[in-house]
Design a protein around this ligand. Structure first.
Ligand code: GDP
Length: 363
């Protein structure tokens, strides 16, 4: 599965968001360091297309695809030096595929701020600097390691040394994230081996007050900073979300309508995480089950089959494919067949978002 780590300074609303996401019920408390262990939760990815396919197929059950969120606490200034829960924090974040960086954009005198003032620019800088410092340390260690082997003429060590000295170290020394550098095909595997933190795709979650979605200079600041690095911003009121999640379905619809919202803000967070990880969904649609599956954008049909079962990839013969739009327009498989919109695809087929697929395979 794919994992998105939730990071941010203490008391910005990470646990509130995480709890709402997973309804895991971990208490959010007005106290720094309250979430010590990383908490992981598996979250269904909301996708209205699944419902529409199910309305046609009328299966016994529907299964959504999922994504994992991990609440990672303990980042404060000095974390890369091992202060606070620094080291554990860094180890936890290394295991994630993407980062959701929560930034406090609400004013509330009852909620202590670690720096005693609400300032998104400086908050973001503190976190990004700690991550860059941690990467700087990893890179310096790696440089020491490869220096000897590079002298001995080892080609890979020479390439790594050049990459570290000419590109990564100067960049990190300015506290800039490695994801803002472009790498060529020879550099990419080397960068991957380094397991850096600032290379991970990152989005900002601006935690605003109920009435802070508009005319909020704190949110404007986050938008400006994110635009400069080409990052996604999701504005959300985590406190409100934690209330919405407690409601029964019908009540929830009414509550959202009263607020002028079409869906819970959490849905936007989940979808943004999905987008950040460059993921897409395909469907299987049988009478037993209509189900959504996650694959990387660009995955081939056999790679998509492997998500269901590795045997499906090994014994892959063909994929029967109907695009989502054709499936809906022609009212399901038979209709799509009659209209000539049913395709038999081979092992080189690149799966498209929303495809309804049936795999043929040897056992
Ligand atoms: P964490 O340390 O980043 O995990 O922060 P928490 O989620 O524990 O939140 C810290 C405090 O801020 C709690 O008392 C929350 O109820 C409160 N809080 C979280 N989100 C909001 C919000 O959107 N508005 C307001 N006013 N308070 C919030």
């Amino acid at each position: 599965g794919f994992k998105c780590g939730i990071v941010g300074l203490p008391n910005v609303g990470k646990s509130t968001l995480f709890n709402a996401l997973t309804r895991a019920g971990i208490d959010a408390e007005n106290f720094p360091f309250c979430t010590i262990e990383p908490n992981a939760g598996v979250v269904p990815v909301p996708d209205p297309r699944q419902r529409r396919i199910a309305e046609i197929v009328k299966p016994q059950r529907e299964v959504a695809t999922t994504m994992e969120f991990v609440d990672i606490a303990g980042l404060v200034a000095g974390a890369s030096k091992g202060e606070g829960l620094g080291n554990q924090f860094l180890a936890n974040i290394r295991e994630t595929d993407a980062i959701a960086h929560v930034v406090r954009c609400f004013l509330d005198d009852n909620v202590i701020h670690v720096a005693n003032r609400v300032d998104p620019r400086s908050d973001i800088e503190v976190i990004n600097t700690e991550l860059a410092l941690a990467d700087l340390e990893s890179c310096e260690k790696q440089l020491q390691k490869v220096q000897r082997t590079a002298k001995g003429g080892d080609k890979e060590a020479i390439a790594m040394k050049a990459l570290l000295e000419n590109r990564l170290l100067p960049h990190l020394n300015e506290a800039l994230p490695v994801r803002s550098l472009a790498f060529d095909d020879s550099e990419r595997p080397l960068v991957k081996n380094l397991q850096l933190l600032t290379v991970k795709p990152t989005m900002y979650i601006a935690n605003v007050d109920e009435n802070g979605f508009e005319n909020n200079p704190l949110l404007d600041t986050v938008n400006e900073l994110a635009a400069a690095e080409g990052a996604i911003v999701v504005a959300i009121c985590n406190k409100l979300e934690s209330e919405i999640v407690e409601l029964e379905d019908e009540e929830r619809m009414e509550f959202l309508a009263d607020l002028g919202m079409e869906e819970p803000g959490l849905d936007r967070v989940i979808r943004a995480g999905y987008q950040l990880l460059n993921l897409q969904t395909y469907f299987t649609a049988g009478v037993k089950e209509v189900r959504a599956w996650t694959v990387k954008v660009g995955a081939t049909a056999p790679e998509a089959a492997a998500v269901i079962h590795t045997d499906f990839q090994k014994g892959f013969i063909r994929a029967e494919v109907i695009s989502y739009q054709d499936f809906i327009t022609h009212n399901g498989e038979q209709g799509a067949k009659d209209a000539g919109r049913w395709r038999l695809e081979g092992k080189d087929y690149i799966v498209q978002d929303g495809d309804v697929i049936h795999f043929r395979f040897n056992v």
